[in-house]
Write a new protein. Sequence first.
Length: 250
Amino acid sequence: MLKLGVNIDHVATLRQARYKGKPKGEPDPIEAALICESAGAHGITAHLREDRRHIVDRDVFTLREVIKTRFNLEMANSPEIVEIALKAKPDIVCLVPEKREEVTTEGGLDVVTHEKSLAETVRRLRGQGIEVSFFVAPDIAQIEASARAGAQFVELHTGSFADSYHRKRERNEELNRLVLASNKARDLGMQVNAGHGLNYQNLQLLHLVPNLVELNIGHSIISRSVVVGLATAVKEMLALMENYAATEVV
Ligand code: PXP
């Protein structure tokens, strides 16, 4: 069964717009996480950014306490954030690149260039029983470097697929890259997640990508929740994921 991890960062973005620096405020990302779980989500994802623009430290520790499914902490490979992860002990850490000026995570992790320092972080996290995923572009060299660095999962960056959705030829090329990368990751013994830019429209085509374990989806679900409510938004997404067959379509 294809699992859904809901990224709740945007709930925190809305809270920070009014309550930055305050000990609490609405909407509460913790309450949102619990609604997502009740609606059937298989996990909750939150990104603790170095500038704390949405999720803040107390969210991470409270999520760890209250979540009954899986807690996926997205983060950069920076010493301060790695220490927080080692203390909070999420079920899984997804290492992502991070630039202060970006609106959202823009590219995949450059594992080829930073293999040594990433491998050291993997070693420390895994030493505490935390699984590790790398958020990477569907690029064979990055997949191979991820396996060498000890990642148990890769999360394939679907942003280029989502961006090219309305340009058929480009989109099919992106889908093909995702298929090849997914098979490579599986052959190297890693599990495969995917995320970024996935929505109620483009999800159907992602069914062509084999081996997927979990999708991490944020913006489209939180946006739709404004109109239909969070539980319904999550259930609608789960329904679109229901008939996913993990094996290759020939
Ligand atoms: N996966 C990763 C690694 C991300 O950085 C993000 C964005 O925070 C997502 C998934 C979710 O992307 P979106 O909000 O576009 O669904």
